[in-house]
Design a protein around this ligand. Sequence first.
Ligand code: AMP
Length: 437
Amino acid sequence: MTVISAIRGARDLLPGDLPRWRRAERAAERCFALYGYGEIRTPVLERAELFARQLGEHTELVEKQMYLFADGDGGDTLALRPEATVPTVRAALQSGMHRNLPARLWYRGAMFRRERPQRGRYRQFWQIGAEILGAQSPSADAEQILLTARLWRELGVDGRLRLAVNNLGDGEERARHREKLREHFRANAAEMGEDAARAETNPLRLLESRDAKTAAVARDAPKLSDELGDASRKHSDAVCESLTRAGVAFSQDETLVRGLDYYNLTVFEWSLAGDDRRQNALCGGGRYDGLSQQIGGPPMPGCGFALGLDRLVDLLAEPPRETPDCFLTLTEECAREFAGELAEHCRDAGLTVWRHIGGGNLARQLKKADAAGAKTALIIGSREAAARRVTIKRMSDGDQREAEFAKAPAQIKAAIAGDGVRDGDGDGGNNNDDSVN
Ligand code: AMP
């Protein structure tokens, strides 16, 4: 039999994987709460036109990586979202949030890009991201970077990441720079690699070219920083000052352009220190003051970031495994109903109870309890069922006590808390003291 497998670049996340994911997600949720972000969930499917122009017609993402399909005969062309900033801004506008700004929003979800799959690069991957809408001040950019820095500290990965920032200027400054770049690449086309033709459509992309010849020409290219005016410089200086004051180390990297067209002024990226491979970018973001108008909304400045959960989780240590408070054994069929009732009773009191499934004698079931890492085993046979009692065995030292149904949860909690066997034990080493509460 051949099982139909998942598609390349799409992964199953199994119960054994998920504790680390949940750890990352919970830490992010805590950070968002500290800064006053509300969660937003937007559809996975959007109209393709929402992305094409905003991300940039000539970006790799739009040209090659979007999953597109027609919604039935003659229907709209739809896209699986490749990112969530544009949908978040769309949703904010559509729901009227722009009338009550600023808005701080965060999201978590699967994104889809038809990339060449490899470790750390998937076709379905997960992002957590955040946007501040309606804030023009550089303190908004800085606040978001500080939030990400706090998250790395929470997760204990801060020492492994480095931060690069750059200033992309405003639209006019970028247009001037693009024109100068085109001229530079045109003038040097003969020495460039196969990607030279890109100079006309998206010369910025050539600055990140992996072709050695093009990269050599790109090294002498005109710099955007030479085109920046006072306002752009002031904004970026203020962001950098805030970072310095907060003790967040960063480097200014003029080659950091980010792949998408909607950015202006601040862009930033966190990546693995000491590793220059592209797929080691962990988190990227920046300002997108023109995005709202591009999708038909009113002027609404904004900035945001997205972090790659798949890559972040790779850095996290395995958290301690989750183990049950109780493992419920069952050796006699006649006790089954009472066992089920007791399990629900314990769960009502907040105890985790895993029930044994299948047969086997008590010794075998206790072995399973041990393998599960259970703190206690609950033993119920015909005698216990008839008397509506349970034997509680503490797995760490074998301490055993008995409790009546009503007091079982309190006794189990006491056993887990480490209360020893008291004097005056009943038969067979059982502790019949039901008085613990
Ligand atoms: P971007 O939206 O391209 O700025 O990506 C933001 C973050 O998402 C990156 O820094 C990565 O951590 C993550 N990311 C982007 N593309 C992928 C992918 N194909 N597979 C896994 N993670 C990705």
